[in-house]
Design a protein around this ligand. Sequence first.
Ligand code: FE2
Length: 234
Amino acid sequence: MSYIYPRIAARDQARNDYPPYRSTLLRAPKRPPIQLPHTISELSGPIYGHSSIGETDNDLTRQCTGEPLGERIIVSGKVMDQDGRPIRNTLIEVWQANAAGRYVHASDAHPAPLDPNFIGAGRTMTDDDGNYRFVTIKPGAYPWKNHFNAWRPAHIHFSLFGPAFITRLVTQMYFPNDPLMATDPISQSIADPQVLSRLVSQFDLNLTEPEWALGYRFNFVLRGREATPFEEHK
Ligand SMILES: [Fe+2]
């Protein structure tokens, strides 16, 4: 099948070079990009079987012997293509800090406690309607050394494959009304507030389960005018 993916406009993406986000200046290209036609390897992609997904892979609160500390949440939504059609049976992976803002990672030196009952990584597949669901803990904010008193807003990292390599998306989901977003150079490197708003989840009382967990809805659009922007770092 040949399928044409329109180019994503630069204004709909994070800037490659954004001086307030210091390390972008070291890795951003200095010359304008050269546009190449899509290749067959971009228009095709890997297929994952359900068998490789474990029972607790989409529930980050049940991957250890006990329950993690923090605010239990449900994150759910739909993955769509550029025409609003559901993308079925596609792999979604997440990784995040624990409730104290600490990652299980050797290079994370934030002096906040690790949680022996929280790994902070999960994965799932979308169903036949393109829907996905995770149960996890609301991640904490954490400091980083980009500038004085720099703190990342609470966020969950997402990786999606979609039907082809060209639909691959790595991004971050934020929480509504987080005051740290205004001073976060990573999210602010997306200049258009409307585009940035696509990375902010919505609290959803219908998704919230009584006596159990708050629900946040977060949808994805892979490619197209309403595409969810990339946000790869930190
Ligand atoms: Fe992060």
